[in-house]
Design a protein around this ligand. Sequence first.
Ligand SMILES: Cc1ncc(C[n+]2csc(CCOP(=O)(O)OP(=O)(O)O)c2C)c(N)n1
Ligand SMILES: [Mg+2]
Length: 324
Amino acid sequence: MDTLKANLELFEKMVLIRTFEETVQSLFQKGAIVGTTHLYSGQEAVATGFASALQPQDLVAATYRGHGHALATGVTPQSLMDEMLGRLTGVCGGRSGSMNVIDLEHRLIGCFGIIGGSIGAATGAAIALARRNGVAIAYFGDGAINQAYFYECLNFAAVRKLPVIFVCENNLYGEYTPWEDVTAGQIRARAEALEVKSETIDGNDVWAVQKAALASFDYARNGNGPVFIEALTYRFVGHSRSDPGKYRKPGELDAWKLRDPLIIARKRLVDEFSFSPQEVDAAEAGVKKRMEEVREQSLKAPSPGLKKLGSEFMELKRTGGGGA
Ligand SMILES: Cc1ncc(C[n+]2csc(CCOP(=O)(O)OP(=O)(O)O)c2C)c(N)n1
Ligand SMILES: [Mg+2]
């Protein structure tokens, strides 16, 4: 694919993720989506940049803030939106909710509600991938690095030279707590102590992320062992469904909004990649129109059928299976 087109596609992918999240938010507020949601708005460049370096044999593990990772990896917007609405046509048949999406067809081995679950899954997958020229990528937050298994997995991957890319998305908060209140020293120091190749990058510039991603995949795929990336970014919305974000420092959100990944990408497309503002606008409008169609189709999609779910539940109770 020519580079100019590929650059525009990075922007389109980020618009897709942002618009998807705005749609989820509005459907949630209307009561059409139940449970909870953790939106990725503001962090789009991280998943988009890393996904642009994936090869077909690679595998991805993400978090409960995983809609963006899923879309970037290749899960279709329709199947994901259907899933959000609990429909039969959803990527997991309407049973995963927002937090636990999995799509093996599109390399997504899971989105994990347990903090750091992605780290264990990707490290395990890398044992197999090492024999298939593949790389596993684990996305997780700044809060996950204080979980014990982060150290176990990083150490194991380093000792066994496993092809894992550990991507810590430092969005400054774990729920409502600033990362530095619960974390001693610098985040990257953990990787440095284990002599794991590491880098801190601007997680809001999709081309900076892509550059780091290409180098990381190359390094890991060639048998050199894991890579640890700290991507500096910020979420523009609350931690989850009803968080008004009162813990943010004054002016912090506004300052980060000036560094919105979509604004940065738009500027670079025009200034460096010779797109006209009208071409960028048209690309954005095209994605938004597509998402509107997705939303309409999802609202008409069939529900799994409560009767069937009910009888399965009774069967599990009868046989004592399923932990119901
Ligand atoms: C093992 C575990 N402990 C606690 C929680 C509750 N919890 C949900 S999200 C969260 C904060 C995680 O912050 P971070 O890793 O920075 O990710 P972010 O939400 O910022 O993307 C916590 C503590 C959990 N889901 N799993
Ligand atoms: Mg965080």
